[in-house]
Design a protein around this ligand. Structure first.
Ligand SMILES: Nc1ncnc2c1ncn2[C@@H]1O[C@H](COP(=O)(O)OP(=O)(O)OP(=O)(O)O)[C@@H](O)[C@H]1O
Ligand SMILES: CC(C)(CO)[C@@H](O)C(=O)NCCC(=O)O
Length: 325
């Protein structure tokens, strides 16, 4: 996409496909949003250990859960009208699929877990499953075979066909679909561990690659499917990349005290590093791998999302861009 084209898409204005909703306007919606958080739900959310401040959950993510529920309700009404028109019998509603994209360490998993909780409070969608695309990375042995160990997270490091087949099976209403599981501790796919998806009302799929366009070879267009073809709603989490680098380094330091100290950890040698050494290594990995991937492959997918959430350096949401209907 050329510079002028992406600017047109991203800057709010009459030709932009997005409307910009500043924080104050968005958070004011909380007072009109049903299902205020009860004391026990606040406790349940807090006990999950997610870093998102509970006042932020209430002000930003609770209105977002309502906005998403509106789409779920509308989709069910439309599906019923279509079946009536086509004289088809009633059928179970396939899962509503939400994609969450954004840089490594931008906070996708934290937001996804909070949304999973909030969405499951609505009577129409009690069963909300969450899957991360990390599980669809090729196992380390395969990445090594393909010479991709320094390209983890880049489009070619994922088994895209397996991911698309997983989504196709979930969307077609298969009763039981399995996804592989990735561990940040062993830095690899966990052998014999699977996450099982059994006809949820909503599936949230979170990962840096979920809005990647279909892969086309050479200049020739040919039929291709993209992961996002299965999405009913998509979200891009955006932040200044210098802030994300800091979050990445902070998480690396935290992991050094916890996961990296595990003797099975791929990074167990990092547990012995001084703060300064660990920070230097984290920055080096960030600059040479994750930042390059962000600039080349992740940020360009921003304007494929239905909703773009912008976060400030303290993780507070500053603006929401919503695709116009
Ligand atoms: N709202 C928040 N408030 C404070 N800290 C946060 C918030 N969201 C995320 N973080 C912190 O930022 C870091 C990255 O968050 P998280 O692991 O959720 O990101 P991610 O986008 O899922 O990353 P990856 O793609 O690498 O799995 C973590 O250290 C997390 O604790
Ligand atoms: C697993 C991914 C690709 C995405 O979560 C990421 O966390 C990652 O491992 N990136 C590779 C470089 C690094 O170790 O940060």
């Amino acid at each position: 996409m050329g510079d002028a084209e992406s600017q047109l898409l991203e800057s709010p204005g009459e030709h932009s496909p997005y409307e910009s909703i500043p924080r104050e306007t968005w958070s004011a919606l909380a007072s009109e949003t049903p299902l205020p958080l009860t004391a026990s739900e606040v406790q349940r959310l807090a006990s999950l250990g997610d870093p998102i401040d509970l006042s932020e959950v209430d002000a930003i993510y609770r209105p977002l859960s309502r906005l998403i529920e509106l789409s779920v309700e509308q989709q069910r009404v439309l599906a019923q009208s279509r079946r009536d028109f086509l004289h088809q019998p009633a059928q179970p509603q396939p899962p509503f699929i939400i994609g969450i994209a954004g840089s490594v360490a931008v906070g996708k998993s934290s937001i996804a877990r909070v949304l999973q909780n909030l969405l499951s409070r609505f009577p129409d969608t009690p069963k909300v499953d969450l899957v991360t695309t990390d599980g669809f990375l090729y196992p380390t042995a395969e990445l090594q075979r393909r010479g991709l160990m320094t390209r983890k997270g880049f489009p070619e490091s994922y088994d895209r066909e397996a991911l698309i087949s997983f989504l196709a099976r979930v969307k077609s209403g298969e009763p039981r679909v399995e996804a592989p599981v990735y561990s940040h501790v062993i830095y690899d796919i966990v052998p014999d561990e699977k996450i099982v998806v059994e006809r949820p009302d909503i599936l949230i799929i979170e990962g840096i690659n979920v809005l990647q366009p279909p892969r086309v070879s050479s200049e020739v267009y040919h039929p291709a499917v993209s992961v996002s073809d299965y999405f009913d709603f998509s979200i891009f989490i955006d932040a200044n990349h210098a802030d994300v680098e800091q979050w990445y380094v902070d998480r690396f330091l935290k992991l050094r005290e916890t996961a990296f100290s595990d003797p099975t950890s791929y990074f167990k040698d990092y547990a012995k590093l001084s703060d300064e050494e660990a920070i230097a290594i984290a920055r080096e990995i960030w600059v040479s791998i994750n930042l390059v991937n962000f600039v080349q492959n992740i940020r360009p997918t921003r304007t494929r999302a239905d909703l773009i959430i912008s976060k400030a350096s303290d993780h507070r949401v500053t603006e929401v861009l919503l695709r116009k209907l």
